[in-house]
Design a protein around this ligand. Structure first.
Ligand code: HEC
Ligand code: HEC
Length: 440
């Protein structure tokens, strides 16, 4: 055989391969505008369920370097194929062990020796907090804070600990008041105590990094401590997330004590406690707050592609007058049950008229703040009861709104229906893959 022919025959399959066009035609140039348009096509393929097309096209169109603004799309397509999240760099622990806490939080045995690996809220915290610049508030939740079934909670805040720009929050739950078996209307636990039930939660906030990062821990008492009311907890560094994201959209959550702000049937807190809660809630509001990555490289927090409540595509039917009027017709009274018998019934007023449907439309835009930047997404794993609580019971959401109960019931009905109807539209946006700008 002629040697030139032989070369041609051997190369033929290679030519054939090079000539197979990628499933997504390559962009005509690498300008930002073109790459951005290409990313839309790639996101469309993922939404159609063909992520392999994206991976193949990226390999063919960008054989040497993948443009930065396509990285998320590439990783996400790969994750859709393998089912495995790409591993990320672990976030260093803000508290490396219990020894990073102030010495007052390290329990001692009968001989006065520190018990290693354990932690405890000091018995005299109410007396010493002010002198140490710590903040402590004991209250009764009207929501779902705490893990031990009691409404009584003690929250201790260590500002600028273990160093400036970092804070530590510790929370335990003492038993419910003995003299108020139904947990009564009195907002202050009685007696005031630091004897806790089984669980201690610890949340650290590190504001020295960008984005700021929160780390959540859950600890329990060893049997001997529980039996003798010593309130010692076994320290651990297992960062929690998925079990907390059902109610925490970001690592720290404002507290909603009985008698704070809007009151239902309980008595108001005293002025000093109102001011203290406002101050602590203010400290816990951190923009762009994130969950970081655990020691195994697993990204904590809700999935970024999770479909948020209070989101709708542009000119969505769910924001039309007709849709909102239907929500109004369909609204139902709600029974809310917080921990420790905190019950509120909100009835609809059958005489009510929907006077201003635009008011409802505006209130539905939760994602205006809950955009995973200002505040965490009210993602699909988020408990709807928590939305009910904030909108209807403590009436803190949406902030500074003067909605009537009937309007609040309508907002909730609309948001829930809208979430079911817009899931597919959300998937198609791929908005979680567009954080990085492609430039011009
Ligand atoms: C069922 C809903 C729910 C779950 C799940 C949940 N929390 Fe909370 N948590 C709340 C609520 C509500 C508050 C606000 C306190 C209040 O209003 O009583 C809160 C407040 C807190 C606080 C005190 C305020 C703050 O943010 O520092 C800590 C600490 C805390 N939670 C830790 C955790 C940890 C750790 C997990 C996961 C292991 C978790 N929570 C899971 C509902 C929940
Ligand atoms: C103007 C901005 C803004 C809007 C609009 C808004 N929120 Fe919030 N939301 C916040 C902030 C800030 C917090 C934390 C402070 C607090 O809890 O009061 C929060 C907290 C919450 C929480 C507790 C979980 C968390 O993120 O700490 C829920 C639930 C919630 N909002 C629901 C809603 C719902 C439902 C809507 C729409 C009907 C809504 N929000 C609209 C700013 C907003």
């Amino acid at each position: 055989m002629n040697s030139q022919l032989l070369i041609l025959l051997t190369l033929a399959p290679l030519f054939a391969l090079a000539q197979t066009p990628p499933p997504i035609a390559c962009p005509p140039s690498s300008s930002g505008v073109n790459i951005k348009a290409w990313r839309e096509l790639a996101i469309g393929k993922i939404a159609e369920g063909t992520p392999q097309d994206v991976v193949t096209s990226i390999a063919q169109c960008f054989p040497t370097t993948v443009p930065k603004c396509l990285n998320e799309t590439k990783n996400y397509a790969q994750e859709q194929i393998t089912g495995e999240q790409p591993s990320a760099t672990p976030t260093p622990l803000t508290l490396k062990s219990e020894k990073d806490l102030p010495p007052e939080f390290l329990p001692k045995d009968a001989d006065g020796n520190v018990i290693p690996g354990q932690v405890k809220i000091p018995d005299n915290i109410f007396e010493i907090a002010a002198a140490k610049n710590w903040k402590v508030v004991d209250y009764k939740t009207r929501s779902t804070g705490g893990f031990d079934g009691s409404p009584n909670l003690v929250l201790v805040v260590l500002p600028n600990w273990p160093e400036a720009g970092k804070d530590v929050y510790l929370q335990i739950s003492p038993p419910q008041d003995v003299n108020h078996p139904t947990n009564g209307a009195l907002p202050k636990p009685e007696p005031r105590t630091t004897v806790g039930l089984d669980t201690l939660t610890v949340i650290t906030a590190d504001k020295t990094v960008n984005p700021p990062v929160g780390q959540l821990r859950l600890m329990n008492q060893p049997e001997d401590s529980l039996e003798t009311n010593q309130s010692r907890y076994v320290w651990n560094d297992r960062l929690q997330a998925r079990s907390c994201t059902a109610c925490h959209s970001v690592p720290l959550r404002s507290i909603s004590p009985r008698g704070y702000g809007h009151v239902n049937w309980e008595l108001p807190m005293n002025d000093a406690d109102q001011a203290l809660v406002t101050e602590i809630n203010g400290m816990m509001k951190i923009d762009n707050f994130s969950w970081g990555t655990d020691s195994a490289g697993f990204k904590l927090g809700a999935r970024p592609d999770s479909h948020p409540y209070g989101w709708a595509p542009a000119s969505s039917d769910t924001r039309s007058e007709a849709f909102i009027r239907t929500c109004f017709e369909e609204r139902q009274g709600e029974d809310y049950f917080g921990f420790g018998n905190y019950q509120v019934r909100v009835d609809k007023n059958p005489e009510a008229q929907l006077e201003d449907w635009m008011k409802i439309k505006n209130a539905m835009n939760c994602v205006g703040c809950h955009d995973n930047k200002v505040r965490g997404y009210l993602h699909e794993g988020f408990s709807f009861d928590e939305l009910v609580f904030k909108v209807l019971i403590d009436k803190s959401m949406p902030p500074d709104s003067d909605l009537t109960n009937d309007e609040r019931l309508t907002v909730l009905t609309c948001i829930q229906k809208e979430h079911d109807l817009t899931n597919e539209a959300w998937r198609k946006t791929g908005s979680w893959l567009k954080k990085q700008s492609c430039g011009l």
